[in-house]
Design a protein around this ligand. Sequence first.
Ligand code: SF4
Length: 481
Amino acid sequence: MKFDINNILDILQKEVSTYKVPVVDLIAVQSNDPYQVLVATILSARTKDETTAKAAARLFKKAPDINSLAELSEEEIARLIYPVGFYKNKAGYLTKLPGALEAFSSKVPDTIESLVKLPGVGRKTANLVLAVAFKKPAICVDTHVHRIMNIWGYVETTTPLQTEMALRKKLPEKHWLTVNSILVAFGQGTCRSVSPHCDRCVIQQQCPQIGVTPRKIPGKKISASKNRALKLLCWNVNGIRAIEKKGFIDIVRELEPDILSLQETKAQPDQLSDELKNINGYSSYWHSAERKGYSGVAVYSRREPLNVIYGIEREEYDREGRVLTLEFDDFFLINIYFPNAGNELKRLGYKLDFNSALLDFVQGLRAFKSVVICGDYNVAHKEIDLKNPKSNEKNAGFTPEERQWMDTFLTAGFVDTFRMFHQGPDHYTWWSYRFNARARNIGWRIDYFCVDEKSSNRVMNAAILQDVMGSDHCPVQLDFK
Ligand code: SF4
């Protein structure tokens, strides 16, 4: 069936008119004020709409215009907007905003070139402000627009900026102002980044569903019975207490994993809130490092395990809280935070010794039943697994020794499940916080789900959930039956 973008966007516009309106549009309608739209847009980055709406309401009560914003201290702004993502950075931007707007007569400018000069305003924010506050022809490419346009095959791009440029060439201009609002609402309500609700999607017949999870595998149906595939997720959260402030519990509720394995929790059990330890429907298990604020792994599970194994019975590794194993009746789930080879490869020897001991441990378990080995392996296996292989050949995570161990591991009879389904480049799970690397998709694939070869027929799907924010890693998924 021909993919008619005009028809599709018309259908979706009607469809999402019954959904919740994205918060920035709502504020535009309610206030008709470019200042409030700009501030709400800055607040909304990497934050759920509900959180943004409440934070914006608190802030606008105290600072309904730019002059009153100038009266507030950075600390007060931070307190008012907490817990939006990166609230401290955003408080800093908003403190500087009145001064920055003086160059524009204390009014929000209406060109991209001027908007991107303001603190905390990137191209996406500038486009959104232009489209929503000034009704100017601009295409804001939110992560939903980028993702859904690629699912439809309307563009074939790897970054939101590429998508914006591609859309500028081919999307009829009448859709420029509205496409973001439509697809943000549609992406939040139906075409979700995780498990989109294709079964009730109004454009299912026209949608090519490129790269969509769950992907149907010929001859293997995922049944809705108790025999269904388990949804296993694995995520290096880079500090559980930090990510809790960015909405971790809401993310878990939205993703609905059966088992969620975490690495780099960086917390002792007595530092965890009750909410973190007791997410409704899950039991949680924690293995922390002796050293505070370092390493650590955890597992949340809806199924009660038969047994939990803390570490690998090697004191020199177990004191770093790196391995946590849950035994179920028909498989072991082994959650691992592999050591980093470190600056100047100072810990490369330690890492290789750990890897060797770990392989012995896994081989021992494998003799009894299936093994699922997930975690931050801290190595990109092949050149295809990172953006810049040549310049990283001597760096931790891509040294010949680490890659060789990954060869040894797979040759010993284990399968990298992601590559069972996806052969191409540009699939990453970690991006540096520097150089805008995530937006430019300059990343590494270092988080894996592997299984023993014999159990590969139990693998229904594997995916990278690159749109899930909160850490410098994104979660990876395995559907395992
Ligand atoms: S059919 Fe599925 S993938 Fe396609 S637009 Fe609808 S929800 Fe998204």
